[in-house]
Every structure is written in structure tokens, then in C-alpha cells.
Design a binder for this molecule. Structure first.
Ligand SMILES: [Zn+2]
Length: 422
């Protein structure tokens, strides 16, 4: 009997040792797998996302219960779709669509199939991503239909491939279309609209530029000479715009008009909260009028403002999801002001080589200790072209000519050629 008890206690001890070893082994496998699979794959098969289906404006699949096998599509839509770790603040896989009541869908288990149709055209989206990444630019491209507010493309680089997270570049989780940056001269149109809305006869303003006036200077101290208001805009004359603002408006009024024009608005795109912009013209009206000083705007805010110019003063709230809900519309300028801006800004794009009638504005936002940001916003103003505003923002991209070049190539080779083939 004693022997049996002894064997029993030895067996019990052995079992305990085996159990401990197996627990330790399991723990080490889990830890090992975690590090191997990086931070995504642990959740890759989570049930809560299996019933979600996301399509583009033509019904082409973007996310069908799992990420697409098309790598360029995955990368180009990453900042819209998001990931299962909710790394992107304002994406579909994050709970930021309260107006459409889809919070619970993306935030937890969805027992039934849910389908969402975006306003995005995945062909434009992919081409926009490729042109930025092939040229090694960090920044964003936004395309919007100014007659409906629909976003047709919204791409931010660098991006993240959810299936390969070995190397993630700095800033890859940020959607640059929704962050705020100094706008530089793309803001000049806001100043001109603000003045003309208050005083329509100011359209006859004339100014002789010597390259420098008070503490304001033009780019490279270029003396633009005698100009009317259209020339001032198309030459992007800093001295002219600051003299124009100083003559007709007070700083508080420029701040108020800018706020009312929604360019700073964190709700400029429905259902997503983006970064709020900023202006404080009391700090320095003359530079603020030129988009410098403390001005900060989002690329989406700039698109929304230029949409209004192209749409005869009527601004339709931007949107990313196709819905039958009525869009918010604001009249932020008269059709007369819009028409003046369209004609004046056509001077900026006339020799650019874009194969349709356009108007637009460049911006080089100079920074104290870093390469400038390059902006170019361009509206297609031609019955034969789609009614799109196209914005290219290159973070630390240098002069605005870089953004112009990307725009020209993207509009000619993607937007216009795809339109021809339809
Ligand atoms: Zn000038």
C-alpha cells in the first residue's frame, strides 16, 4: 500500500511538472507569435469585421469582409478604411460616423452583413496614390465633385500595408487631407472673396508693386509693377494683396469671413471630425491676408472653399459616403464674386498644359526651419470635363511648381483620359 501511495505521489508530481512545462511553452509560443505577426495579425480574423463590405462609387469592392488582395487599392484606401487596431482616427473601421449611426458596426460585432457605398472612385484613388508614391512625395491628393460635394479621391502618403507592417514610415498613420498646415497663397482667394463680399466695387483696385512694401515682400523680391486685382491674384503678389486687405477690411472681419466660409471648419466633411484650422488676422493682417502669419488650414477645407468658387458661390458639404441624406449647403459668396475669382484664377493655370479649361491657385508655405509646403488647387471648368476640384499638397515639397506638375500629370493622364474612355 505504501508503495502504491509513493508511486501515486511521484506521478502527481510528474503531472505537475509536465503541466508547468506545457504552460510555459504555450506562453512562449503566444509571445513569439505576437512578435512575429506584428500588431495586426493577432486580430486579422476577428469576427466583428467579417460582415462589413465597402464598395466604391461604381460598386467595385474595396473591403469585403477582409482587406483587398490588390496592394495599391489597400495602400491607397488605408486612411479611409482604416485598420482593425483603429490606428486611423477618422476611418471607416473607427467609430467616427455618428450621423449615419454606424458606430456600433465598426466598433463591435456585426451579426448581419453591412454594406457601405463610398463616393470614392477607386481608379482615381489608386492613380492618385501611385503618382505621389512614385515621386516619393509625402502629402495628399483630394478630388471632389463641386456640384455634389462628393469626394472622388482622398489619398495620403506615406501609407501602410496592413499585410506587411515590417517597415512603417513616419507619419504613415496620419491622413494629411484632414490635418492643418500653413496655406500660403492658396489663401489669397479667401481674402479677395472677403473684401468683394463687403465692397463689390473693390474689384477695380489697382496697385503698383515694387517687390517690397512695409514689412511685406513678394517672392524673390519680384517687382510685379502696375496691376489690377486679377493680375495681383494671378501673379500671387503679396504686396498687392496686403495693400488691398489693409485698404478695405479690418482684421476681425477677415477672421469672421474666414470662419463663415467653413475653410477652418472641423465638420467641413460630413460624419468625420477633422483638424480645425486657425486664423488670427489681428496678429498681422497684411501677412494673414496672404495665408501666412498664424493661418492654418486643412487640405479638405481648401477643397471645400474652391468648390464654392467653382459652384457659383454655393458650398456643398463634402461627403465620403453615398447617402440619400440631403447635404448641407451654404452660400459663402455671391455668384458675382465667384465669377470674378474664376476669371482671375484662370490666369494662374492658362499656360500649365492641362488639357481642359481650368482655374486654380498655387501656394508655397514658407517655414522657418524646414523646406516649404507646396500647394496647388485646380478646378476643372469645362463642359467636357467632370466638375472636379483637384488639390495636391506636398508636405515639405518645396516650391508650388512641384505640386503644379503633379496636378497636370494627374489631371491629364488620369481624370481626363478616364473620362474619354467612358
Ligand atoms: Zn508683387
Amino acid at each position: 500500500m505504501k508503495l502504491i501511495l509513493k508511486i501515486k505521489s511521484i506521478l502527481t508530481a510528474l503531472c505537475a511538472v509536465i503541466l508547468t512545462i506545457s504552460i510555459l511553452l504555450t506562453c512562449s509560443v503566444v509571445t513569439h507569435n505576437k512578435s512575429l505577426n506584428s500588431y495586426y495579425n493577432s486580430q486579422i480574423e476577428r469576427e466583428c469585421y467579417k460582415n462589413i463590405y465597402i464598395y466604391d462609387c461604381n460598386g467595385a469592392p474595396i473591403y469585403t469582409g477582409g482587406f483587398s488582395d490588390d496592394k495599391v487599392l489597400r495602400l491607397s484606401t488605408f486612411h479611409i478604411v482604416g485598420d482593425r487596431n483603429k490606428s486611423i482616427t477618422d476611418s471607416l473601421l473607427t467609430s467616427t460616423y455618428p450621423n449615419l449611426n454606424i458606430t456600433s458596426v465598426f466598433n463591435g460585432f456585426s451579426p448581419t452583413k453591412k454594406e457601405y457605398n463610398l463616393t470614392i472612385d477607386s481608379n482615381l484613388q489608386k492613380d492618385a496614390y501611385e503618382i505621389l508614391s512614385n515621386n516619393a512625395y509625402h502629402g495628399c491628393i483630394v478630388v471632389s465633385d463641386y456640384t455634389s460635394g462628393e469626394i472622388k479621391a482622398m489619398v495620403s502618403t506615406p501609407s501602410v500595408d496592413v499585410y506587411n507592417t515590417e517597415i512603417i514610415e513616419d507619419g504613415a498613420f496620419l491622413n494629411k487631407a484632414s490635418l492643418s498646415y500653413p496655406p500660403g497663397s492658396v489663401f489669397k482667394s479667401v481674402t479677395v472673396a472677403a473684401v468683394l463680399e463687403k465692397n463689390p466695387s473693390a474689384k477695380d483696385f489697382k496697385f503698383t508693386c515694387s517687390g517690397k512694401s512695409n514689412h511685406i515682400s513678394c517672392f524673390n523680391l519680384t517687382a510685379h509693377g502696375e496691376q489690377d486685382l486679377s493680375d495681383i491674384l494671378s501673379n500671387s503678389c503679396n504686396c498687392g494683396v496686403s495693400a488691398f486687405a489693409k485698404k478695405y477690411i479690418a482684421p476681425d472681419y477677415l477672421d469672421l469671413y474666414t470662419e463663415n466660409s467653413n475653410i477652418l471648419n472641423s465638420s467641413v466633411i460630413s460624419d468625420i471630425k477633422i483638424k480645425e484650422g486657425n486664423i488670427n488676422a489681428n496678429d498681422d493682417l497684411m501677412w494673414a491676408a496672404n495665408g501666412q502669419s498664424q493661418n492654418m488650414v486643412t487640405p479638405l477645407g481648401v477643397v471645400s472653399f474652391y468648390n464654392a468658387i467653382a459652384n457659383d458661390g454655393s458650398q456643398i458639404q463634402l461627403r465620403l459616403l453615398k447617402t440619400t441624406m440631403e447635404s448641407n449647403t451654404s452660400e459663402i459668396m455671391s455668384s458675382t464674386t465667384a465669377s470674378f475669382l474664376k476669371n482671375a484664377l484662370a490666369g494662374v493655370t492658362q499656360n500649365l498644359g492641362i488639357n481642359c479649361s481650368t482655374f486654380g491657385k498655387t501656394g508655397t508655405a514658407e517655414l522657418d526651419n524646414a523646406e516649404s509646403h507646396a500647394w496647388f488647387v485646380c478646378c476643372l471648368n469645362d463642359g467636357d470635363a467632370p466638375p472636379y476640384t483637384v488639390l495636391v499638397f506636398l508636405e515639405h515639397g518645396g516650391k508650388s511648381s512641384s505640386a503644379k506638375e503633379i496636378s497636370r500629370e494627374f489631371i491629364n493622364n488620369t481624370i481626363l483620359s478616364k473620362e474619354d474612355s467612358r
